[in-house]
Design a protein around this ligand. Structure first.
Ligand SMILES: Nc1ncnc2c1ncn2[C@@H]1O[C@H](COP(=O)(O)OP(=O)(O)OP(=O)(O)O)[C@@H](O)[C@H]1O
Ligand SMILES: O=c1ccn([C@@H]2O[C@H](COP(=O)(O)O)[C@@H](O)[C@H]2O)c(=O)[nH]1
Length: 241
C-alpha cells in the first residue's frame, strides 16, 4: 500500500464534461481509463471511494428546456445520461481490477441495482467502489447536489469535485484569465460571491452536514490520488478558515 490517507471514506464527483477528453461530445475511452486509474490509486491509499458522475457530456436538462422541451422531461433525459456514464466508468474500473457496483436513483433492474442506502453502505464497507447513477432521481436538481446528498448519506469525510480547473477562482477562469485561485474558502464565501463551480443547493447541503468540499482539476493524471494525500493544487471549502 502507498502512503496512507487520513480519509476513511470519500465521494468523488466527476463532471460529465471531463469524460469527453478532447472530443466535443460523449466519452473518450482513454480519458475514462485515466480517471479509473486515478480512482485505483486512491483506493490503494486505503480509502473507501464512491462516485457520482455528471451527464453534461451527453445531455443537460437546461439545454433541452432551452430547445423547447418540458424541463422535467429533459431533466429525466439528463439523468439517463448519467447512467450511461456510470456504466462506462464501471467497465473502466473493473478493467483496473476494482470491485464495483452501480446504484441508480431511478430503478433499472436489468442494468444495475436500485439505490438503497443500507446496501450502498454495505458495498462500501466491503471495499467496493460504488457509483451512484441517475442523480437524485428528481428533476430540477444537479449531479453536484446528488454528490452532496449521497456523500452525506454515506457519511463521507469529504466531497472531492474533479472538474476542468484546479480549484475555485474569484471568477470563472475559463472566461476571466485574471481570476485568482483560492486555497481555502468558506461555504458562505462561495454562496455570497456566487462562485459557480458548484450549485448553491449542493454547497448548502455540504455546509449543513459539515462536509468539506475539495475542488481540483481531474484532467491532471493522478490528481485525485495526489489531492487525497494533500498534494498538488486544489481549493478546500469549509465552515471557517
Ligand atoms: N469561480 C469559479 N471558480 C472555478 N470554476 C468556475 C467558477 N465559476 C465557474 N466555473 C466553471 O465551473 C465549471 C465547473 O463545473 P463542471 O464542469 O464541473 O460542471 P458540472 O455541471 O459539475 O458537470 P457537467 O459537465 O457534467 O455538467 C468549471 O469548468 C469552471 O469553468
Ligand atoms: O438529481 C439530478 C441530477 C441530474 N439531473 C439532470 O441530469 C443532467 C446532467 O447532470 P449534470 O449535473 O448537469 O451533469 C442535469 O442537467 C439535469 O438535467 C436531474 O434532473 N436531477
Amino acid at each position: 500500500m502507498n502512503q496512507p490517507t487520513s480519509y476513511k471514506r470519500v465521494m468523488l464527483k466527476v463532471s460529465g464534461e471531463a469524460l469527453m477528453g478532447n472530443r466535443d461530445y460523449g466519452l473518450e475511452s482513454a480519458t475514462v481509463r485515466r480517471i479509473a486509474e486515478d480512482v485505483k490509486g486512491a483506493v490503494a491509499l486505503g480509502a473507501e471511494v464512491c462516485l457520482v458522475i455528471g451527464g453534461g457530456n451527453i445531455f443537460r436538462g437546461i439545454a433541452g428546456a432551452a430547445a423547447g422541451m418540458d424541463r422535467a422531461q429533459a431533466d429525466y433525459m439528463g439523468m439517463l445520461a448519467t447512467v450511461m456514464n456510470a456504466l462506462a466508468m464501471q467497465s473502466a474500473l473493473e478493467k483496473q481490477g476494482l470491485p464495483t457496483r452501480v446504484l441508480s436513483a431511478i430503478p433499472m433492474q436489468s442494468l444495475c441495482e436500485p439505490y438503497i442506502r443500507r446496501r450502498a453502505m454495505r458495498h462500501m464497507e466491503k471495499g467496493r467502489v460504488v457509483i451512484f447513477a441517475a442523480g437524485t432521481g428528481n428533476p430540477f436538481f444537479t449531479t453536484d447536489t446528488a454528490a452532496a446528498l449521497r456523500a452525506a448519506e454515506m457519511e463521507c469525510d469529504a466531497l472531492f469535485k474533479g472538474t476542468q480547473v484546479d480549484g475555485v477562482y474569484s471568477a470563472d477562469p475559463r472566461k476571466n484569465p485574471k481570476a485568482e485561485r483560492y486555497v481555502t474558502l468558506t461555504y458562505l464565501d462561495m454562496l455570497a460571491r456566487d462562485l459557480l463551480v458548484m450549485d448553491a443547493a449542493a454547497i448548502s447541503l455540504c455546509r449543513e452536514n459539515k462536509l468539506p468540499i475539495i475542488v481540483f482539476n481531474i484532467h491532471e493524471p493522478g490528481a485525485f490520488t495526489a489531492v487525497m494525500k494533500g498534494e498538488g493544487k486544489f481549493t478546500t471549502v469549509v465552515e471557517q478558515h
